[in-house]
Design a protein around this ligand. Sequence first.
Ligand code: F0G
Length: 454
Amino acid sequence: ESVPLEMHKVRIVQKLHLVPIEQRHAAITEAGNNTFLLKNRDIFLDMLTDSGVNAMSDRQQAAMMVADDSYAGSETFYRLEERIREIFGTRYFLPAHQGRACENILSQVLVRPGTIVPTNYHFTTTKAHITLNGGTVEEIFTSDALEVTSEKPFKGNMDLEKLRALIAEQGAERIAFVRCEAGTNLIGGQPVSLQNMRDVGRICREHGILAVLDASLLADNLYFNKIREAECRDMSLREITRAVADQYDLIYFSARKLGCARGGGICMNSEDLYKTIREKITLYEGFLTYGGMSVREIEAITVGLEETMDMDMVSQGPQFIRFMVEELARKGVPVITPPGGLGCHIDARAFLSHVPQAEYPAGALGSALYLVGGVRGMERGTLSEQRNPDGSEKLADMELLRLALPRRVFTMSQVKYAVDRIVWLYENRRMVGGLRFVEEPSILRFFFGRLVPT
Ligand code: F0G
């Protein structure tokens, strides 16, 4: 058995509480069975997300102390700009307050009513912004993507034939941009190969279509490129990053995930695009040298990006996730394989096979796991979808409960505790029923909708 080793030591800690089950029952009921609405004080292991909750390094904290505060022209910004230029090789960088802010602006600039955005897989906020601007998201994943149990190394790859067919059928003019998410979020943190990025980049160039990378989960993806792709084995992470970046016209990211702090940004080479997007940054985010971020956050991102070029840093998350996935699989719990990035993903459709999909099995499982263990996961299934334009329910391709492992946050014994509770719940799964909405927001409903047992 290979147990991952932490290549860091913990020097700042935060006390946790494991409140009694009666209190957990009251808390999840008050939260409308939606784990987003729980309060941190009632949570033992917060595996909701990796967003904004990765551990910071001593070097990041130190950099935050020397930030240069000014509305315009801060040295801090130029340090980040320089680091981005060095790592991605892109000329222009525009800061934004987080990933969805980049998506808002990109959608406003690039999406027109009737246009299409082909993607390997959508993300919730990305799709919401594209549809808000009148566009449609077209998913062109390969047949591997939705296989729950698999040994395919790159389930996040785009299907090249489907992409070509879509361009032929719709015409390149109708395509606002092609979006690649590396790694993926909603299909279990599955990576995209460098080869696939190259192929997609080439098809986009052939047709004069803008190629866009959502690099929010790039740290995990780089790890998988390095260990699963033959051509990357002898490349440094820096070299792989450059090879990845070279395939795209534009790269955006949530720095809450990549770089370990807050914030986000858009990187590109085209001066025209930069000038167009720049106007929206000042309108929605802030001046061009902070974009809604504090200078302290910007300093932390600069150091965090540098640290992402270190295999010890990027391997910690995926190795812990692999451990958790393999332990659960060994005990018969249905999980997404191969293990990906971001977190361990439980297949709620198989786990709660007695709960119909329209009763949100992944949401029900999230509520139940909190109840039995104080562990908070995130529903990534039908609840996280938006209804079809006609109001009918859009059943998700995959019904997942995601247990995120923010980087360098949890210890091995905490992971083992979570495994123990999940196995117990699996053995007692018949106790769990479905959910129905009592309060359903019209957009991004998973964030603050309330549900009760059916
Ligand atoms: N793109 C991807 C692939 C993401 O995973 C996220 C956020 C975003 C964009 C939006 O970035 O949150 O900074 O506005 N994912 C978080 C998660 C929320 O928990 O999966 P943001």
